[in-house]
Design a protein around this ligand. Sequence first.
Ligand SMILES: Cc1cc2nc3c(=O)[nH]c(=O)nc-3n(C[C@H](O)[C@H](O)[C@H](O)COP(=O)(O)OP(=O)(O)OC[C@H]3O[C@@H](n4cnc5c(N)ncnc54)[C@H](O)[C@@H]3O)c2cc1C
Length: 472
Amino acid sequence: MSEVARNELPVVVIGGGPVGLAAAAHLLERGLEPLVLEAGEQAGAAIASWGHVRLFSPWRYDIDAAARRLLEPTGWTEPDLDTLPTGHELVDGYLAPLAATPEISSRLRTGTRVLAVARDGADKTRSLGRERRGYRVRTVDAYGRVADVLARAVIDASGTYDTSNPLGVSGLPAAGEVEAAGFVTGPLPDVLGAARDRFAGKHTLVVGMGHSAANTLLSLVELSETAPGTTITWAIRGGSARRLFGGGTDDELPARGLLGTRLREAVDAGRLRLLTRVSIEQLVPRAGSVQVLGTAKDEPLTLDVHAIVNATGFRPDLDMLREVRLDLDPVVEAPSALAPLIDPNQHSCGTVPPHGEQVLSHPDDGFYLVGMKSYGRAPTFLLATGYEQVRSVAAALAGDRAAADAVELNLPATGVCSTDLALDADGESAAGSCCGSAPAEPQLVTLGAGAPAGVGFASGIVHGRSGDREDA
Ligand SMILES: Cc1cc2nc3c(=O)[nH]c(=O)nc-3n(C[C@H](O)[C@H](O)[C@H](O)COP(=O)(O)OP(=O)(O)OC[C@H]3O[C@@H](n4cnc5c(N)ncnc54)[C@H](O)[C@@H]3O)c2cc1C
């Protein structure tokens, strides 16, 4: 394929979540032709599945600048920028109208899951003329029909929400975990709404130590007030839940502080049972319940529960990228140059230096991981970061090197380093002193050349995902 032919192809964007749609908006502004392939039936399908949960970031940090420029002429009503949307509100008030704009709707294919990406006509080992080739993107639709799409470049914004970490220790599924899948839900079931019957009057085990676990535990506690017999066990891998209990009223984010405080109160009041230093080794499915076998504080553990909520965090689906030459960090599975900035093992509360297209590039030119997936297994991704990423990537694909490199993203010096990987003997985060309760001075940071005037982060805002590493 000649270069001219390659450049006539669309830029395929995998995933119609907030970052994928923002990528499409930025590509359009650059005169490039996007084609967004979304596995779900609607844009923002992943967010819709946790739609009952409220974000930590107010609207002003949830809307991409180029997307706003597409929306404004349509008569779209901008939400109150200082309020915190729920996932459903984010979809209904922003993603759905954006997907419905004529510019995006004609370039969005829902119900289309990407199965694999490869260089067109060249497997991973073939180097000769590789850089001249475009990409072949294999898809399957809701009817099981497989089709290939050719692309000049591929932006993978497919998130990680579909691929939870396993419950078992060592990063591997526990024995019987696959067979017991029917008893296991994702991290944020709608306990008080659509999924109520599954949990009311039942014994639920919640595994994980991030904000998703906290949200679900508190919903279960609320459910237990009206549904007698609702029993809750919470299992974490670390020795203490102090990090998640957070800084209470000292927390930079009031909503997050309240979450931790309420959870601690529920544990103290015996509304739920907290088990620490838990290893899950085996799940034995039975009629109507599942037996959980393992250890807690090195003692044998046996639990009989009706449901398990897996809130142990996510990992990127890399299987579909097997034929692409990627440069990924062996620890967090993020682009190598990005990993040191976000790896919870290494990241010690410093500011996150500017990063854009250069940091996100791979040996195969024209392929990018962006959004939640670009952070691999690291949990601290924020929408505003993703919007800046796709602004820079679109500029680079359009050949505007100066704009692609003019990235300034300066996150405040706290909040993205909490991790159970750095636990001290008490199970407290070794980095806790800077990620804990001390209120930070509000500070404004610039979000690159493409950010609209006046948009910046007050430090508290970007702490929304602090400690949201879900690993137990
Ligand atoms: C409960 C929760 C609360 C959060 N709160 C905040 C917050 O307050 N502030 C903040 O900045 N960030 C927050 N985040 C983090 C992050 O911003 C969100 O996860 C956000 O949804 C990431 O956007 P994304 O576009 O990268 O991925 P997603 O929103 O996950 O979108 C990916 C899309 O790709 C689709 N897809 C997946 N696989 C395929 C495939 N193979 N082919 C085609 N399509 C595919 C999915 O259906 C989905 O629609 C939160 C995350 C969670 C889970």
